[in-house]
Design a binder for this molecule. Sequence first.
Ligand code: 8YV
Length: 316
Amino acid sequence: MPAPDVIVTAPLPPFLYDPLKADYRCHDYYQSSHKPGLLAAEASRIRGLVQGGGPVTPAELLDKLPKLEIISVFGVGYDGVPVDYCRKRGLKVTNTPDVLTDDVADVAVGLVLMTGRGFAKAERFVRAGEWEKKGPELTTKLGGRTVGILGLGRIGKAIAHRLEAMGMRIAYTGRKAQPGVHYRFVPDLKALAAESDFLVVACPGGPATKNLVNADVLAALGSKGTIVNIARGSIVDEPALVRALQDGTIGGAGLDVFADEPHVPKPLLAMDNVVLLPHVGSATNETRKAMGDLCKANLDAWFAGKPLLTLIPELA
Ligand code: 8YV
């Protein structure tokens, strides 16, 4: 059988792209300087699509791929996939859950430490030679403080587990209370924010959660509260967040994700109470390799007529 044709709409690391190229006829839509030409020549043969977690694959592109069978997402988040469209067309959508849970949770803990204990600021203080002149600022003890987690899925649970081990108190919100967890469920996000010192955003992105953390939620978090986001920039109303930080409505922010990556709102860059990371949640060699292996394994399984290793819950 000839190798199936696969279109690639995201930048892929060599440890995924090289093995893909070995087993599939890959068409690099992401890098192509003549996308209409690529589609005119190849669209009618394409059976698979590989994309990243965040950036959206428009339904208009999928419409141009009449033989498409499967979208394999290199990431756990599939907010970049038009899920309803895929359901109607009977397209399979796979992602890479579990393998990145620990790394993403580590980043959330890092952001709690960097913001709460002021480590990012303290590090700048040393580099600037300030320590030669005066002692560092005192910060606030983390043990005993409350962390509210928005989204107690696999990643949210791993975050809770870590922060609990640091002596922090955990509460959470989501669509429903989770069976078998001892953390306190608070049905209302605003109420959770009001009682949290740190509000950690760990739910999926996409239309259902767009701007869920709005100006009201930030006001409830309050001037001593810090927001940490390791999920998707779209979940937080970013202009409202910038305003809340500017006028002291909230105390600080630790952000790994942004609404329009890699663009970070300019005012955030100048703020001392904000820690900014370039979406590094899953960015370790081990995890990205495991994600790449799973992304390809799903395609391999599909084209070999074997059961998929993962399938997004909406299509299961
Ligand atoms: C990746 C992510 O940066 O898994 C996700 O949903 O956001 C990250 O792990 C991204 O998917 C790489 O394409």
